[in-house]
Design a protein around this ligand. Structure first.
Ligand code: SAH
Length: 481
């Protein structure tokens, strides 16, 4: 066993699911954040348990071949947003691919030989030797007060709620900094207090920013612990000078909670939404709606989902967890009819509007929990599906939902997942009940982080899928003779 504060020299041999380096000293396992496979590092033991411990990276003695020369963001180690910025992009992709594969094998019990056959290599961003940055169309900055009493915007330090001032996150668009400085200057000038999470006092909690990559439209939504902002008119006057400003709104959140957004939105200036395109389809996005954060990769992801759905124009499709109808409308271009279900009412309003906007009227959208709406529509109203697409949040699908899907018995199921562990769990359920895994493709939507999106295709196991046996008739004759 190690002692706390002990300094050790470790060769990093493995990587954990959170991106942390793993190495051994005399058989004792140490987890070291910011160290990567191939590094030899000096680390200080911070927490020592019986069989393993956590250590802090002090010095990289011999850098790994996969280590970048210089990390782009000076805050990378402190900030909880990026976990693997120190790793070259091809190594990040390899890590993600093996993470998906590992989860499917271990949790999903998918045989390795099958994955060798059906798993596509991870689809990364095309950056030609560069690290991909500035890919995010959305940022949520917490607002707080620094130790000198000045209002600040930034990020939570990893695993904590203390705010590290940083208005230029390199994953986001450059204009974010200008917008944040405009808001912070305004707060400073009119002495508008930032929210204090511990005391549950103060006003401005968060700033949500969205940027339409294809339209250059900007959305600003201030989340406040109250109903109004004093001198609001002045703030709007400043913000609207920023080129591209399209939507300025307030969301009131007076609850003592970690949830960022309030339930409602109040328009301050412009319109309540911005518009953006994925492929040919135009989407209106409001502050409360989910929208994929990496539009370039999303186009590839949806392209795959559409391809896997195998539509010919005659199919009835369900898109579960549909958000603003992004995948639904992609599918509606090629299907007979698409039904979407989503829990956030504002997102469904967007979805209906988006269907009209694109002239895709072969769609119907439902507000509610997928695990309640689908069984209801199936059992009471007799709806069916040739293809079901699911795109749940990290916790995956509710078992009631999977059960109904099995009962509905669609030809194909396309599962889009942002957490390969829950994906694997759900695949195991479906594959034990008549479905067969046909295709798997990880897509990197979140460079510099450990997160990875995966899209898979399942189809009904057909009786004619049974193993072919070559009967040797001569041999048969011989034995029967
Ligand atoms: N398919 C969409 C959204 C995927 S994100 C897209 O690609 O843009 C997952 C969505 O599921 C979110 O919009 C979230 O609000 C919604 N959601 C979460 N739990 C849900 C549930 N139980 N039933 C239906 N929708 C849910």
């Amino acid at each position: 066993m190690m002692q706390k504060n002990e300094l050790v020299k470790v060769k990093i041999e493995d990587i954990g699911v959170g991106g942390e380096g793993i190495g051994k000293v005399d058989g004792y396992t140490l987890f070291i954040k910011d160290a990567i496979i191939g590094d030899v590092v000096e680390a200080k033991v911070m927490k020592a348990k019986k069989n393993y411990g956590y250590a802090r990276l002090m010095n990289v003695l011999t850098p790994s071949e996969d280590r970048v020369e210089e990390v782009v963001c000076p805050m990378a180690r402190k900030c909880g947003g990026c976990q693997i910025q120190e790793m070259k992009y091809p190594a990040q992709l390899a890590f993600k691919e093996s993470k998906v594969r590992g989860n499917l094998e271990r949790i999903g019990e998918v045989p390795g030989e099958l994955l060798d056959e059906i798993m596509h290599p991870v689809v990364g961003m095309d950056e030609e030797g560069m690290q991909p940055f500035r890919y995010r169309n959305k940022a949520q900055f917490p607002i707080g007060t620094d130790k000198d009493g000045r209002v600040t915007a930034g990020f939570y330090a990893g695993r904590t709620h203390s705010i590290i001032g940083n208005t230029d996150c390199v994953l986001g668009v450059e204009v974010n900094e200008e917008i944040l400085n405009c808001i912070l200057d305004f707060m400073e000038e009119f002495e508008i207090p930032a929210y204090d999470e511990v005391k549950h006092k103060g006003l401005v909690r968060h700033v949500l920013l969205r940027y339409g990559f294809k339209t250059d439209e900007i959305m600003v939504c201030l989340v406040i612990n109250g109903k109004t902002i004093p001198h609001c008119h002045d703030l709007v006057g400043r913000l609207r000078q920023i080129p591209g400003m399209t939507s300025i709104t307030l969301s009131s959140n007076t609850a003592k909670t970690n949830v960022i957004m309030g339930d409602t939105i109040r328009l301050l200036w412009g319109q309540e939404f911005i518009t953006d395109y994925i492929g040919e389809i135009k989407y209106q996005i409001s502050p409360l709606s989910f929208y994929q954060v990496n539009p370039v990769q999303t186009e590839k992801l949806y392209g795959l989902a559409l391809d896997y759905a195998g539509l010919t124009g005659n199919e009835t499709v369900w898109d579960l967890y549909c958000g603003i109808g992004t995948i639904s409308l992609f599918l509606a271009q090629k299907a007979k009819f698409v039904r979407g279900v989503e829990i956030v009412p504002a997102a469904i309003e967007n979805a209906k509007e988006n269907a009209k906007l694109n002239g895709l009227e072969n769609t119907e959208f439902f507000v509610g929990k997928a695990e309640e709406v689908l069984p209801r529509e199936y059992k009471k109203n007799g709806v069916y599906a040739d293809v079901i697409v699911v795109d749940p949040p990290r916790k995956g699908c509710d078992e009631t939902l999977l059960e109904t899907m099995i009962e509905m018995n669609p030809e194909r199921i396309v599962y889009v997942s942002c957490d390969s562990a829950t994906l694997a769990r759900d695949l195991k359920y479906l594959c034990a009940r008549g479905y067969e895994l046909r295709k798997v493709c990880p897509v990197d939507q979140f460079g510099m982080t450990v997160h990875v999106e995966t899209v898979v295709l399942l189809s009904q196991q057909k009786p004619d899928d049974t193993i072919e046996i070559d009967l040797d008739l001569d041999e048969l004759d011989a034995t029967s003779a």
